[in-house]
Design a protein. Structure first.
Length: 149
């Protein structure tokens, strides 16, 4: 009996950093990705985090009930604003590094010891927004918009 040809990728492809990076850039970060169901964040201040490749996002329900997506990165020192995968933050996100706080709509709320900084336009330093769409109550994020540049 003749050997059967295997229709699979060569073994080296399963543990190759360059190929993994190429797949992330060309496939995963260019398409909408399912991140959760709107029932996962039913109340104002409920959030869930999403990460793929080096991209990090936080999805939150704001005070008006709207679902929003932001980079999970503080605008001060690039610390993660939220460390847990899912939870409730009350009325704002507070960065654990230096305490910058952000409203649920992403606007910068407070800078501790603001007098020690040069004058900052709070409108310019809110959380960076990401793209989010809901189809049939399923939330999907377009991961490529979470790239930090």
């Amino acid at each position: 009996m003749a050997p059967v040809a295997m229709a699979c990728l060569p073994a080296w492809t399963y543990n190759n950093d360059e190929l993994t990076e190429l797949e992330m850039e060309q496939i995963f970060l260019r398409n909408w990705v399912f991140v959760g169901h709107v029932s996962d964040i039913p109340n104002s201040g409920d959030y869930l985090c999403f990460g793929m490749a080096n991209e990090r996002a936080v999805i939150v329900r704001d005070r008006e009930g709207q679902v929003r997506a932001f980079h999970n990165i503080c605008r001060h020192r690039a610390s993660r604003v939220v460390a847990e995968e899912k939870g409730h933050c009350g009325n704002s996100f507070i960065c654990p590094f230096h305490g910058w706080s952000y409203n649920l709509d992403g606007t910068l709320e407070n800078i501790p010891k603001a007098a020690s900084f040069p004058e900052i336009d709070k409108q310019q330093f809110g959380l960076k927004a990401g793209s989010l769409k809901a189809e049939n109550e399923r939330m999907q994020a377009q991961a490529k918009v979470f790239a930090v540049g």
